[in-house]
Design a protein around this ligand. Structure first.
Ligand code: NAP
Length: 244
């Protein structure tokens, strides 16, 4: 029987590339998006055209009630859940810390941190052998920024991804004995729409590989951690950052 993975932020970027890869490998894919229905539908259509099964679900991952309702809808539509990829995320307030405000920080942390926690909670309630589940895998999206710090432009974002590293390490141990592997991928600069205009062209050539990464290169790592190929990998943060 096909396994099912829910990918938050599956309508664009790294989430969409992972959705296409997982569907090609025989997984059913639940594609979450926040506001851009057309982009989510385009990913669903591409999967249907290649013979796979996918459904789009609107939910703001920062909205607990919406997340709970989304997981209930996935239960209804697919029956079981074997994978969760927490890819929904924003970069948030740009600039130095002496310019940030609490509202911008709250929204950033609500999406990048709380959203990942709440989606993971819902997945664990379904997958954990402690709750009668059959196990599964959770893959979080950290960032090389958690190591690099993002001085001058994105320290809040970097800090939000530092929280994801800690969550991955702690939760990875918490549920490893309950059939759930929790890991993270930590991408460097990847060419998706999350990047501010011009940033890839300006900074890509200065990276160790002289280029930014592609969404497909990150999706391959995410799918590895999702799959049984990574059966003894838990609590790991896998860098996909082209050497930096
Ligand atoms: P992206 O191309 O901007 O796509 C973001 C996705 O997240 C979209 O599907 C978007 O849906 C969704 N989303 C945003 N806010 C949401 C919310 N509140 N609730 C539900 N969905 C929401 O970004 P990406 O490059 O794929 O990034 C994916 C993840 O990788 C993020 O966590 C990011 O921090 C991390 N990451 C990216 C890079 C990079 O260089 N690209 C590097 C390191 C880490 P809508 O279209 O509906 O808004």
């Amino acid at each position: 029987m096909a396994k099912t993975v829910l990918i938050t932020g599956g309508s664009r970027g790294l989430g969409a590339a992972t959705a296409l890869l997982a569907a090609g490998q025989g997984w059913n894919v639940a594609i979450n998006y926040q506001s851009n229905r057309a982009r989510a539908d385009a990913v669903v259509d591409a999967i249907h055209k290649s013979g796979g099964k996918a459904i789009a679900y609107q939910a703001d991952v920062a909205d607990e009630a919406a997340v709970v309702a989304m997981f209930a809808a996935v239960d209804r539509d697919f029956g079981t859940l074997e994978g969760l990829v927490n890819s929904a995320g924003i970069i948030g307030p740009h600039g130095r810390i002496d310019q940030v405000d609490a509202a911008g920080l709250a929204r950033l942390f609500a999406i990048n941190i709380t959203g990942t926690f709440i989606c993971s909670r819902e997945a664990i309630r379904r997958m954990s052998t402690k709750h009668g589940g059959k196990g599964g895998a959770i893959v979080n999206l950290s960032s090389a920024a958690s190591r690099l710090g993002g001085p001058g432009e994105s320290v809040p974002y970097a800090a939000s991804k530092g929280a994801i590293d800690s969550l991955t390490f702690g939760l990875g141990q918490e549920v490893a004995g309950e059939g759930i592997r929790v890991n993270a991928v930590s991408p460097g600069m990847i060419d998706t729409e999350i990047q501010p205009p011009g940033r890839i062209a300006k900074n890509g050539p200065n990276l160790p590989m002289k280029r930014a990464g592609t969404a497909e290169e990150v999706a391959a790592a995410i799918f590895y951690l999702l799959s049984d190929e990574a059966s003894y990998v838990a609590g790991a943060v896998l860098g996909v950052s082209g050497g930096r």
